[in-house]
Ligand binder design. Structure first.
Ligand code: NAI
Ligand code: 15L
Length: 267
């Protein structure tokens, strides 16, 4: 197998669950980790219950890994203090542990919400300015910046996946544009792990949907070719009108309803 040991964080979540079995083909040992209990380990798996916000636990978690797929964290908008622990402190702890243990490749689950305040009329590529649509999006900007720093300073390579909407099926009209099938998500992670030199890369994660907000040509070296499309779900939803006079920000901006969130302050 190409990798001795791959570490997967967020293994108990929606995408972690999908990726868990695929990793068995790529690594002799798959170390799966989450803050929630995980189902029983297969013979090739090591299970670790770890809170990413604990520096000591994360340092132990990373020891012996050859590559990391970092999906763990809060995956929606949330109070600042919670986001800080899981997404900011957690991602910092992971990169520091990677540096200390000599891990040279990380696949980081960023999000389309890093650029969610761009209008739906724009097509974005890897060089589009970050315009986060939520505190959640801001934490993913932090992960992208942190990983850039760890590449420039320590040559730890990262592919930042700006994932669209990766679920079994699109759940609303917006997701006809942002949909990333589970099969295409797994292929995107495979390309991110197996491409020989990636440096610090940014790639959007969308299937081959009819409407496109994102242009991945600058990440062409990854060889990612989505095979699925949301087209087969199109008759379930009304088409999104592209109406720039529309008063609803959730329709004007790529981030959809995320743009309406409040940056919550907890006393
Ligand atoms: P999810 O919420 O189902 O899974 C995230 C997992 O991280 C959960 O199992 C949770 O228990 C774990 N986690 C949360 N805080 C933690 C902590 N402090 N320590 C350890 N583990 C912790 O989310 P999903 O859909 O599987 O997404 C995976 C990653 O991809 C997330 O980072 C998310 O932000 C990102 N993403 C997902 C998208 C999607 O459409 N599914 C879109 C864009 C980004
Ligand atoms: C995300 O970043 C979230 O993790 C996921 O739950 C979806 O909301 C997705 O973006 C989306 O934009 O649909």
């Amino acid at each position: 197998k190409p990798f001795g040991r791959i570490l997967l964080t967020g293994a108990g979540g929606n995408l972690g669950h999908q990726l868990r079995s695929a990793l068995a083909d790529w690594a002799g040992v798959v170390r799966i980790s989450d803050i929630v209990p995980l189902s029983e380990a297969a013979p090739h798996e090591e299970v670790r219950l770890v809170d990413l916000s604990s520096r000591e636990e994360v340092l132990q978690l990373v020891e012996g890994a050859n590559a990391i797929v970092h999906l763990g964290g809060i995956s929606v908008d949330a109070p600042f203090d919670d986001l800080v622990e899981a997404n900011i402190r957690g991602t910092y702890n992971l990169y520091e542990a990677a540096r200390k243990h000599g891990v040279k490749r990380i696949v980081f689950a960023s999000s389309n919400h890093v650029t969610g305040f761009h209008p739906v009329t724009s097509v974005l590529d890897a060089d589009a300015p970050q315009r986060p649509d939520s505190l959640y999006g801001v934490t993913k900007c932090f992960g992208e910046s942190l990983s850039r720093y760890y590449y420039d300073r320590f040559q730890i390579e990262t592919v930042c996946l700006r994932i669209g909407s990766s679920f079994e099926e699109p759940k609303n009209p917006r997701m006809l544009v942002t949909f990333l099938s589970y099969r295409d998500f797994i292929e995107l992670v495979r390309c991110s792990l197996f491409t020989s030199r990636v440096g610090h890369a940014i790639v959007y994660g969308a299937s081959d949907n009819a409407t496109k907000w994102w242009d991945n040509s600058k990440a062409g070296f990854l060889g990612f070719r989505p095979r699925d499309s949301s087209v087969k779900f199109a008759d379930r939803f009304p088409a999104i009108p592209v109406d720039t006079d529309c008063a609803d920000p959730a329709q004007l901006f790529q981030g959809g309803a995320f743009v309406l969130g409040e940056p919550m302050y907890i006393d």
